[in-house]
Write a protein that binds this ligand. Structure first.
Ligand code: URA
Length: 225
């Protein structure tokens, strides 16, 4: 039978079965399967390797090191800052300057450290010149990397450190105090906002409030909040 004949025959069979309504098989997309496979096979480390030469935005030219993040690839707590500063750019690791030292102390106080039960990253992976805030065009290029990290780490809670990180992730332009104290959601994961450690260094009066945030965070992770 020629092609035309088989189409007629197919349509006749369909009419016999379903009447005058024509039911077409929706092509199955293989995207979910690909995502699944990706999720299973790609380690956080190999993902980091695959993007460390990134040149998607001009910061790729000016950076010293690409700052992917540091910590436990299966951490239940993900801390997210805004962008690498000078020391981070030189050493290729987030939060290694003065504010990083304070962050390490806070983590120690809740029984964690940067290599244990925590992953630390930034919204953007390369240092903006003179530590200016990341530009929307830079965030647009870099945020998918953070989302991929979240997919691979699968944390129980994300904590945005500081107003810039929080407003960039939540797309909310409000003061930090209006974002604190609530459970938000980012890419399907609960997100909490607290002060950036640099803000605590500038204004030690905020330390007590930040400490309350971290106590809440610790309880939440242990299912007590
Ligand atoms: N501030 C940030 O937001 N991130 C760093 O990695 C360092 C300082």
């Amino acid at each position: 039978m020629n092609q035309r004949g088989s189409i007629h025959q197919y349509l006749r069979q369909q009419r016999d079965l379903f009447g005058d309504e024509l039911y077409l098989n929706k092509p199955t997309t293989n995207r979910p399967a690909m995502i699944q496979k990706d999720h299973e096979s790609l380690s956080l480390e190999s993902f980091g390797e695959s993007i460390r030469e990134c040149q998607e935005c001009p910061l790729g030219k000016s950076r010293t090191e690409f700052v992917f993040g540091v910590g436990d690839p299966k951490a239940n707590l993900l801390l997210v800052g805004e962008a690498p500063g000078e020391q981070e750019d030189l050493q290729g690791e987030p939060f290694v300057g003065r504010s990083g030292k304070l962050l390490d102390k806070i983590l120690k106080a809740i029984g964690r450290d940067r290599n244990k039960d925590v992953f630390i990253a930034n919204v953007i992976k390369c240092r903006p010149p003179s530590n200016r805030d990341p530009l929307p065009s830079e965030v647009e290029k870099c945020e998918p990397y953070l989302k991929k990290q979240i997919g691979l780490i699968n944390p129980r809670l994300i904590v945005a450190l500081g107003r810039v990180a929080a407003k960039t992730l939540l797309k909310l332009d409000v003061p930090l105090k209006d974002m604190r104290g609530k459970i938000h959601s980012y890419a399907g994961t609960p997100l909490r906002v607290t002060y950036h450690p640099a803000a605590l260094l500038r204004n030690p009066g905020l330390k007590q409030t930040a400490w309350e945030d971290f106590q809440w965070i610790q309880k939440y992770i242990h299912g007590e909040s």
